[in-house]
Design a protein around this ligand. Structure first.
Ligand code: SF4
Length: 464
């Protein structure tokens, strides 16, 4: 279930008309609003008279990072990042933004996504003499830029993008420009809006509305936007007519329900999914209960469609971070109990429809079903707000290998037995598509293994 799916990353950046100490406040609020997309590290880079400065910390935006933020600094361009390591080791050197002093001037980069051809590109660059500072695939772009002739930052960036494949929503800054772009298929989201002082970009619109941005819109797949002095000075279409393949899991799980992602309101989408699931329900149970938080809105849709009362008797403790739980620790075993607890008085003797976003390995759902039965539930019917996950993701989502995916190995009836549920029901791919405004614009590869790019055997096996 949701807890088994790892987060990815979030980017946030701005270009202001004038240098302002608002920069730090906006960057903090923006990254704080994207915290759900990555909790391992965070950082901002910003322009100064002495070049680009960077502040990075491990952990949460409200942790050491807040303490380390510069005081009394005025700047007009900044980019920021919250990170979950989908590629490259989880240490501070790989924390973003990455900054470089290059023959194109100071450059900082914040990247959400994954480059399936990264290992091949890196091998070629090493042969040409590149010296890598990090193990992050995002650094490849800087080396591609620096190896091109000429000193123009913008031209070298655009030319380098022709070599990249895969998923990238990126913010790249020099001392006087902010450039935002999505890969031609638009796997990862990126939006922008306007504030009095300039232009703001974010992985999700929730971070834009929180700082009061207006006229919010999506950076289109393959679109590149150049900003300077708080204004958009150029937009270029680099899509090459490729078919979009936006990650449908952003809508199912990653994005906040108060965001609009890929021009789709996440809350509305999840309500529709819940209604679809209810139309395929096995029986009318006593209660509909979400696995919080990612199952909340779909459970509400399920309840509205079925007329079965919505109930919150699976409680989430919001104070459980994951950074302090080290692999192999006993605490990891207890992590589900630390995070979720049933309200026995409400579920004892009842039949339940449990709504969650997805099923990955099945280990978390097994623990949840056991917990509910121990609390006295009479029947537990599990509904998933996504189809069966049968393939790994190569585009920035840290899914396990196929042999660890419970749906790649088992039918729903077998899965019900494994996790101890009375039944398990998945959303069908057809029903998922019906819940989308433009179903042709999405990637469904983890449900049907039809990958929208070629997958490079050399690349980044550690991610999968
Ligand atoms: S394979 Fe799945 S998780 Fe990865 S981009 Fe496609 S839809 Fe998203």
């Amino acid at each position: 279930m949701g807890g088994e799916f790892k987060d990815e990353c979030g980017v946030f950046g701005l270009s202001l008309k004038d240098r302002s100490d608002y920069m730090v406040r906006h960057m903090f609020l923006g990254l704080f609003s994207l915290q759900h997309r990555g909790q391992e590290s965070c950082g901002i880079s910003y322009e100064t008279d002495d070049g680009i400065e960077v502040v990075k910390s491990r952990g949460l935006v409200s942790g050491d990072f807040l303490e380390n933020l510069p005081k009394n600094v005025s700047s007009k361009i900044a980019v920021g990042h919250v990170r979950y390591a989908t590629c490259g080791a989880s240490n501070l050197i790989n924390a973003q933004p990455l900054i470089f002093k290059s023959n194109k001037g100071d450059v900082a980069i914040a990247h959400n996504g994954n480059l399936p051809n990264s290992e091949r590109l890196k091998r070629d660059l090493l042969l040409k003499g590149a010296i890598f500072q990090t193990t992050s695939d995002s650094e490849i772009l800087i080396h591609l830029m620096s190896m091109l002739p000429g000193s123009d930052f913008e031209t070298s960036l655009i030319d380098s993008l022709k070599t990249l494949e895969g998923a990238y929503a990126m913010l790249v800054m020099s001392n006087d420009k902010l450039i935002a772009f999505r890969d031609p298929q638009g796997f990862r989201p990126l939006s922008y809006g306007f504030i009095n002082e300039g232009v703001v970009f974010s992985s999700e619109t929730a971070a834009l509305t929180i700082i009061g941005a207006h006229d919010i819109t999506t950076v289109k797949p393959g679109e590149l936007i150049v900003c300077s002095n708080g204004a958009i000075i150029k937009k270029i279409d680099l899509s090459g007519g490729q078919k979009p393949a936006q990650c449908v899991f952003e809508l199912i799980y990653f994005a906040r329900p108060d965001s609009v992602v890929f021009d789709e309101a996440v809350y509305q989408f999840r309500l529709r999914v819940g209604r679809k699931l209810a139309q395929n329900r096995h029986k009318d149970t006593d209660l509909v209960i979400p696995v919080p938080d990612s199952g909340n809105v779909s459970a509400l849709g399920f309840s509205r469609e079925s007329g079965i009362p919505f109930d919150l008797s699976l409680m989430r403790n919001h104070y459980t971070g994951r950074t302090f739980i080290k692999p192999g620790q006993q605490l990891r075993e207890d992590s589900v109990k630390m995070k979720l607890n049933p309200v026995a008085t409400e579920i004892r003797g009842k039949t339940l429809s449990i709504i969650d976003d997805s099923l990955v390995r099945g280990t978390t759902s097994k623990k949840i079903v056991k917990m509910l039965r121990e609390a006295g539930a009479k029947e537990v019917h599990v509904y998933l707000a996504s189809p069966e996950i049968i393939g790994s993701c190569y585009y920035g989502i840290n899914t396990p290998t196929t042999d660890e995916l419970i749906s790649a190995q088992n039918k729903p009836v077998e899965i019900a037995k494994i996790i101890g549920a009375d039944s398990v029901t998945f959303l069908s791919v057809a029903d998922l598509k019906e819940c989308l405004t433009d179903s042709n614009a999405f990637c469904y590869a983890c449900f049907n293994r039809e990958y929208p790019t070629t997958i490079d055997e050399l690349s980044c096996k550690g991610c999968f």
